[in-house]
Design a protein around this ligand. Structure first.
Ligand code: F6P
Length: 320
């Protein structure tokens, strides 16, 4: 393969730029050409495509977001959209495509693969909810951003002896809540993967107060319910002076951590190696610190992201 394309799609994630950079640099190192596609699948269908040079990816590794821009484009779910995308790729002489994104982006890559066009998925989402990998690009930065806020909220929570409900992102996965909650020493972590009982939540806060605790921090994944709904429910079991903080999109921005930059670089380099060998239809991941490639169709159809429930048990044993 001599000419490949790259796009970023779905919600952006810190480290996407590092992945694009790695793909461009490695491809050029291997004597290949790379074309950047703006605005994800929307730009692909529209033909918003340009050649990327070494300097196009200079001064980008430290930047959050994605300089190729991103979009959610459900229209790519239709065969018409997919064939139009392939037509554009062929028009530019592109023989293989790297897609950086989350589950929706992987669906697009799977569709291209099913039409016989070699596509490789790189997991890029702060949610860490992609099958076929232990970690996604952006997750580490996001939990560190959340952690900084938890630390700040703890200060004010203690001063006023309040309970804080901190709503974090994660529609279908509680990874952000779990990791940032453990790291931030939150008293309780509420995630979509594990049922909870509000009466027990309230009882735990009360136990802490009875022991002389000055605050209670509860990290709630948005996939469970909103922070405000949670506070309203909690209020039915007592007055805990609860305040709600919704962290929102601050969790998606910012300069990527070293860990995310290195992960993105490793993923990008592997993707190019595979495309150079003419291989597509794969998604890249990391398992036990080894970079792996799995069949994208099989991964999406049979794989499922599983939160680390041992970590959840651990949180129960040290957070009260
Ligand atoms: O990219 C994942 C994610 O950040 C989710 O955690 C969140 O629910 C969603 O995207 C928000 O999407 P949007 O930015 O399109 O509102």
């Amino acid at each position: 393969m001599k000419r490949i394309g790259i796009l970023t799609s779905g919600g952006d994630a810190p480290g996407m730029n590092a992945a694009i950079r790695a793909v461009v640099r490695k491809a050029i190192f291997e004597g290949m050409e790379v074309y950047g596609i703006n605005y994800g699948y929307a730009g692909l269908v529209a033909g918003d495509i340009r050649k990327l040079s070494v300097s196009d990816v200079g001064d980008k590794i430290q930047r959050g977001g994605t300089f190729l821009y991103s979009a959610r484009y459900p229209e790519f779910g239709s065969e018409e959209g997919q064939l139009k995308g392939i037509e554009q790729l062929k028009k530019f002489g592109i023989e293989g495509l790297v897609v950086v994104g989350g589950d929706g982006s992987y669906m697009g890559a799977r569709a291209l693969t099913k039409h016989g066009f070699p596509a490789i998925g790189l997991p890029g989402t702060i949610d860490n909810d992609i099958p076929g990998t232990d970690f996604t690009i952006g997750f580490d930065t996001s939990i560190n951003t959340v952690l900084e806020s938890i630390d700040r909220i703890r200060d004010t929570a203690t001063s006023h002896e309040r309970t804080f409900i901190i709503e974090v992102m994660g529609r279908g996965a509680g990874d952000i809540a779990l990791w940032s909650g453990i790291a931030g020493g939150a008293e309780q972590v509420i995630i979509p993967e594990v049922d909870f009982n509000m009466e027990e939540v309230a009882a735990k806060i009360q136990e802490g107060r009875d022991r002389g605790k000055k605050h209670s921090l509860i990290v709630v994944a948005e996939g469970v319910m909103s922070g405000n709904e949670f506070a309203d429910e909690l209020a039915k079991y007592g007055d805990f002076h609860a305040r709600v903080t919704v962290l929102g999109h601050v969790q998606r921005g910012g300069s990527p951590t070293a860990k995310d930059r290195v992960l993105a670089s490793r993923f990008g380099v592997r993707a190019v190696e595979l495309l150079k060998e003419g291989k597509g239809g794969l998604c890249i991941g990391i398992r036990d610190n080894k970079i792996i490639a799995s069949d994208i169709v099989d991964t999406l159809e049979n794989g499922k992201h599983r939160i680390d429930l041992d970590l959840y048990d651990l949180s129960k044993q040290i957070s009260f």
